[in-house]
Design a protein. Structure first.
Length: 528
């Protein structure tokens, strides 16, 4: 996790000791960004460093160690105690001090009568020490200026931070007019883990507020629904697609900030349509023709299109006459259609589809006049068209993408069924500009939602279906299997025809009274 694509930021507790660490540790910290207290360069600091080095050279018994901010603060604190003691002794000479220099019996040492005065003097100490401005707040030394360093082949300063100006590229001693930096472009370039200057995805995505385009739909609002509050003008986006996007972003290792932007043309993806936006979230079909313009995440719905027709009434005794109707052949032909065949369908077969599916083929709905393929927008329009049938100017079958058909069949499970499906489209996915770092992250998140079963739970919530509403060819044939009752019409026609034929033959016979016995005798003779 210290390679390319990651970012590490350390506090002063670690950054202050970087130069004192083992070289192998420093090597593993390449690309780390850290904060440490800022120590302004001064002659006093330089003189102190020289005396520090001289003491280490003269005292061989002392362990060699590099001077850091804690050593400077310790020196300043000792200086503050000494000056405070001098002020107490000068201002209060009447206080008696017990001689304790040679007393090794600690039980006989009394509490100093000047302790309270010494503490007050310490708290009021104000001076410029070698470690910066010395001032105690609530008994603590508060650092108000920090240096931002980047560990790469040693420490390199990339900027500064203080209470007055925030992050700046330079630090002035009295920097009350320094201009704030609103971006890191004015700072020294950061070299991140892996030796790259490219901002890790998490940092970039965390600081950016994404503008997400969502389609405004007439029907199938179980997929995506946009509601605008007339009083506050606040946008609320709900639906299956919105839930998947929200859950996927929540599962990331960093927070993604975004706002939804409604659009009536969200599904018409072109190279320049959404150059000012960061993503399109909704029922956006993954198509090869769209990849030159955008990148798609993993699909989060079923793939392809299907054909829905009215269910056959198994209790209808005249069901055997169904092959003689035009609707039967319309549905059969529809089951063999693909998206590419929609525009060239037989003009005698009425087939319904969604306006979105026609848009996938580049057809303008406002000028669309093909009497064979009829576009619809709502599940209710599907049901009405199928109920009236092609004989009444409507349709005998509906062709659409699987998610739309799932919603339709969930609303009308007992009246219609899907007889055919084909994976000719890539399902729904989220569209992003080419090269967006969110594509890979959200694709992984969608796969996790699918593996954990959360995607199925969201589908059941919005499609109102707890089990599959589709049937394969075997189960579909079982559901429509003919029974003895289905042949009732045939039996009735056969019986009536036989009676009529018998009556006619009996009348034409020379001996009508002997006609039936004679016919029965012939029948029994043939059986032998």
């Amino acid at each position: 996790m210290v390679g390319q694509g990651y970012a590490w930021i350390t506090t002063s507790m670690i950054t202050n000791f970087v130069n004192s660490m083992d070289p192998s540790v420093i090597e593993s910290m390449q690309g780390v960004v850290g904060f440490k207290p800022y120590i302004p360069a001064s002659k006093a600091v330089r003189r102190f460093e020289i005396r520090w080095s001289k003491n280490l050279d003269e005292n061989q018994n002392l362990q060699e160690m590099e001077l850091n901010v804690y050593g400077m603060w310790t020196y300043d604190i000792v200086h503050a105690i000494a000056t405070a003691a001098e002020r107490v002794a000068t201002g209060h000479p009447h206080i008696l001090h017990q001689e304790t220099r040679l007393n090794m019996n600690f039980t006989t040492i009394l509490t100093s009568q000047s302790g309270f005065l010494l503490m007050n003097e310490m708290l009021q100490s104000r001076f410029q020490g070698i470690g910066g401005a010395f001032q105690l707040t609530d008994g603590r030394l508060i650092q108000r200026e920090f240096e931002i360093v980047n560990v790469f082949r040693g420490e390199r300063t990339i900027g500064y931070w203080n209470l007055e100006n925030g992050i700046t590229s330079i630090m002035k001693e009295e920097n009350h007019t320094e201009t704030n930096l609103t971006s890191s472009s004015k700072l020294v370039s950061v070299i991140w883990p892996g030796g790259t200057k490219g901002i890790p995805n998490g940092l970039f995505l965390h600081s950016k507020r994404f503008r997400i385009v969502v389609p405004v739909k007439i029907g199938f609002q179980e997929l995506i629904r946009v509601v605008r509050d007339p009083q506050t003008n606040e946008i609320t986006v709900t639906g299956f697609c919105a839930d998947v996007f929200k859950e996927a972003t929540k599962s990331l290792d960093y927070e993604v900030h975004y706002e939804f932007i409604p659009s009536v043309n969200a599904d018409r993806i072109k190279s320049t349509t959404y150059e000012n936006f960061d993503a399109v979230v909704g029922d956006i079909t993954i198509l090869a023709s769209r990849f030159p313009f955008v990148d798609f995440t993993q699909p989060f719905t079923d793939l392809g299109i299907g054909v829905v027709v009215p269910k056959i009434n198994k209790n209808n005794i005249w069901i055997l006459l169904k092959p003689l109707s035009a609707d039967f052949y319309t549905a059969t032909l529809s089951s063999m259609l693909t998206v590419q065949q929609i525009q060239s369908s037989s003009r005698d077969a009425g087939v319904g589809t969604s306006a979105a599916l026609l848009l996938l083929r580049g057809i303008n709905i406002s000028t669309y006049e093909n009497p064979t393929i009829k576009p619809y927008h709502k599940p209710e329009e599907y049901a009405d068209a199928l109920r009236k049938g092609s004989k009444n100017g409507r349709v005998s079958a509906i062709i659409d993408e699987i998610p739309y058909l799932k919603i339709f069949l969930a609303k009308y499970p007992s009246d219609y069924t899907m007889i055919k499906s084909k994976a000719t489209t890539g399902g729904f996915g989220f569209a992003f500009p080419k090269g967006s770092p969110l594509v890979r992250e959200l694709s992984s998140a969608i796969l996790r939602l699918r593996e954990e079963g959360k995607l199925k739970m969201m589908e059941n919530k919005w499609f109102n279906s707890t089990e599959s509403i589709f049937t394969n060819q075997d189960s579909a044939s079982n559901a429509s299997r003919l029974t003895v009752h289905s042949f009732g019409g045939l039996f009735l026609v056969t019986a009536i025809s036989s009676l009529q034929l018998y009556s006619y033959a009996s009348v034409r016979s020379e001996n009508p009274s002997q006609f039936l016995p004679q016919q029965w005798h012939k029948f029994c003779k043939r059986l032998r």
